[in-house]
Design a protein around this ligand. Structure first.
Ligand SMILES: Nc1ncnc2c1ncn2[C@@H]1O[C@H](COP(=O)(O)OP(=O)(O)OP(=O)(O)O)[C@@H](O)[C@H]1O
Ligand SMILES: [Mg+2]
Length: 154
């Protein structure tokens, strides 16, 4: 599916923000500048937890005050698997008080067996998005979100 501009990427995040439940986890995969953080901004806003900032320096940003906690994790600057333990990623994944969104999730085998995988890719000046579920819950999210994405924006 095509996302013609950054607003469309934020809208995709907002759609997911309306669908996620506590304990869900989302892998965000795509090149530098593919729109991963932009999507998280829309998700966090829809959950009502405020604006997402880039977690480039903090590695994990925690957004509270909304319907669910959002843990926004960025593995880009993580070099060793051991650092993931210090990050507390294991505790965040599957914590039913919130959802865990992991940028550069392909770098390490960190995701739970059942999650939603979102691939973003450059497509000229625009982006493409592909949603895949790796288990029943991920598949339910992927099909519900895809159906909403196909509706015209309003
Ligand atoms: N669908 C889109 N079409 C065009 N530009 C977009 C789209 N979505 C996001 N952008 C723009 O792409 C740029 C990079 O976005 P963003 O920072 O979200 O990428 P990222 O994948 O998080 O990058 P990084 O790998 O550096 O963390 C921003 O300027 C953003 O506004
Ligand atoms: Mg980013």
């Amino acid at each position: 599916m095509n996302l013609p501009d950054a607003d469309a990427t934020r809208r995709a995040g907002a759609i997911l923000g309306g669908l996620v439940q506590g304990g869900d986890s989302i892998a965000l995969v795509g090149d530098l500048g593919a729109g991963k953080t932009t999507l998280v901004t829309g998700l966090v806003a829809a959950i009502g937890a405020g604006d997402a900032a880039s977690p480039t320096f903090s590695l994990v940003n925690e957004y509270v005050g909304g319907r669910l906690i959002v843990w926004h994790v960025d593995l880009y600057r993580i070099d060793r698997e051991r650092e993931l333990v210090e990050l507390g990623l294991e505790e965040m994944l599957g914590d039913r008080r919130g959802v865990c969104v992991v940028e550069w999730a392909d770098k390490f085998a960190v995701m739970p067996r059942d999650h939603l995988r979102i691939e973003l890719a450059h497509d000229g000046d625009t982006r493409s998005i592909t949603l895949t579920g790796t288990g029943p819950r991920g598949q339910a999210l992927a099909s519900a979100a895809s159906a909403e994405l196909l509706q015209p924006a309003r």
